[in-house]
Design a protein around this ligand. Sequence first.
Ligand code: A3P
Length: 314
Amino acid sequence: AAIPSQPAAEEYRDIVAALPSRLHGTPQRMRLYQGTWFREDWVLGFIAIQRHFVPREDGSDVVLASLPKCGTTWLKALVFATAARAHPLLRLNPHDCIPFMEAVYFAGDEARLDAAPSPRLMSTHASFTVLPASITENPGCKIIYICRQPKDMLISFWHFINRSKSNAMSFSDVWESIPKGTYFGSPIWEHILEYWKASQEKPDKVLFLKYEEILRDPVKNVEKIAEFIGQPFSDVEKEAGIVESIIDLCSFQSLKASGANNAGFRRVVNVEVPNESFFRKGTVGDWVNYVTPEMAENLDNFLADKFRGSGFSF
Ligand code: A3P
């Protein structure tokens, strides 16, 4: 497919067209940009972020980062509700509350971020190395990363990508995308390890969360988010049950049922997806219903090898 005609696309078309490329099962090509494989339309957004991102002067930027299908939407809801201590999530989709930077920059729509109130909340699927120094080296800009068990991530992705006919992928293309390096953000172990190492070195700068841990102990994780963004819950708020009400508001059932999420479509960079496709099942371990124990073990072993010696484990 041709690189789409958008403001950012026009400016960076030649750069992206010259990058190493790879097919991954949809008409859109993957490109290798600064060590990370991504769909080429996303890469255009990454380049625009690198060239045009202007940090907020009051040092209140918060960037949520993730690989696709690791709980980005849920994290957006939790961080937005925690920062706002309010409930506009019943009327807004979490992606409206916290936009993808690559989508904003892809569309040349930076004024939207300039107009956002502080703390300014944004998200990205870019790897740590692809993010500009104005984010990674800037003490005023915090990063919250969410990771998820890769087998569940893949099953979630397979359902998601097949909601859009023009992007359909076979199950085997999706299941093999981690070792083949065709999952968005590949190599995924590097995507995860870069953020994880940054969180170990600078815990005040990068908060590293796990989808499964948030499900297991949401109170602890939401309190962690609040402290990290400099808005800890007071004892009065805790006694009033504010933390629990944020968790309930952002629960899978609550978000899935909301009118902002169960109808309509949205454009994410260059793909149109139904809003409801961000809320499928919201559980841990759904992969058992799709692959054999042997397939699971092969992937586990492959990844264990990649993470060996790093100190990180799922
Ligand atoms: P499943 O497809 O396994 O259900 P992302 O937001 O990064 O695209 O990730 C989507 C995944 O997060 C989907 O996983 C989706 O159902 C799940 N999800 C969305 N909202 C959630 C919530 N409030 N609680 C738990 N999981 C949620």
